[in-house]
Design a binder for this molecule. Structure first.
Ligand SMILES: [Fe+2]
Ligand SMILES: [Fe+2]
Length: 261
């Protein structure tokens, strides 16, 4: 079983970071810039929901893991936000996008829906971020990216694998309602894919690259023809439908050793 280690990295992104830091790919740079923009609020949402439940956890081991989860996600959120200065310095504006995201996560879901439903969404989010982490480390996705950004994303990926079971177990501790778990997973996928692609479109538009042929070619390659990430996400979601599913069943913890932090 993997230990959840809270590492306190301190990123200080150079002002001279390449504009297209992902191997000169406009598409991949903005895809992961979009991730960097929307993920901090998602992580705050996960933390908030775990905090609401943590005092009711009767399993001391799970409680300890939930605490480590909160610390890890807090660090991810904080360190990704630091790159916002670089993005703003390059002229990108995304405050309205963040406010829109906050309205959905906190004003609508958090305030209007039950804690169990929010935990089901949170567990579904973790199911998808675990796949992203596995994909990134398995394919050495960031091999050609600028070293600071490579380190940021690989450190994040490794910790996503380390804590992949926590939210699922917190949800199961609160309720083992199968239908709720599936609806939560469905909503989680809609949210993540929506925020990721909307952020991408906003950045491409501001960069005057929204109608660039190469960008769309890479977009199709990533989601459908080469990396096939959309299909991977669908197969990953299918696993979650199994009644006896548990995140520990997918043997991907060996990938943790591939990352040097
Ligand atoms: Fe995270
Ligand atoms: Fe996570």
């Amino acid at each position: 079983m993997s230990k959840i280690e809270v590492r306190r990295l301190n990123f200080d992104f150079s002002a001279n970071t390449e504009k297209y830091w992902f191997n000169q790919s406009v598409f991949k740079t903005h895809l992961f810039n979009s991730f960097t923009i929307f993920i901090p609020e998602i992580e705050k949402y996960l933390i908030l929901n775990v905090k609401k439940r943590i005092n009711f956890l009767d399993n001391p081991q799970l409680k300890q893991k939930a605490q480590a989860f909160i610390c890890q996600e807090g660090q991810h959120s904080y360190q990704h936000t630091k790159f916002w200065n670089n993005l703003r310095a390059s002229g990108y504006k995304f405050d309205t996008f963040i406010r829109w995201e906050q309205t959905i996560l906190f004003d609508i879901l958090e305030r209007q829906m039950s804690l169990n439903f929010n935990l089901a969404i949170a567990a579904g989010i973790e199911h998808l971020t675990t796949l992203m982490a596995e994909f990134a480390l398995e394919t050495d996705l960031f091999a050609e990216a600028e070293p600071e950004l490579k380190q940021l994303f690989e450190w994040h990926a490794l910790e996503e694998l380390e804590h992949k079971t926590v939210l699922y177990d917190v949800l199961q501790n609160a309720t083992n309602n199968y239908l709720l778990r599936q609806v939560g997973m469905f909503v989680a996928h809609i949210l993540i894919l929506l925020f990721l692609n909307l952020g991408l479109a906003i950045l491409l538009y501001q960069d005057r690259k929204l109608f660039d042929r190469k960008v769309w070619q890479e977009f199709i390659e990533f989601w459908l023809t080469k990396d096939k990430f959309l299909y991977k996400a669908l197969f990953n979601a299918r696993d979650y439908l199994r009644k006896d599913f548990h995140p520990s069943q997918n043997d991907n913890l060996y990938l943790i050793d591939r990352v040097k932090v």
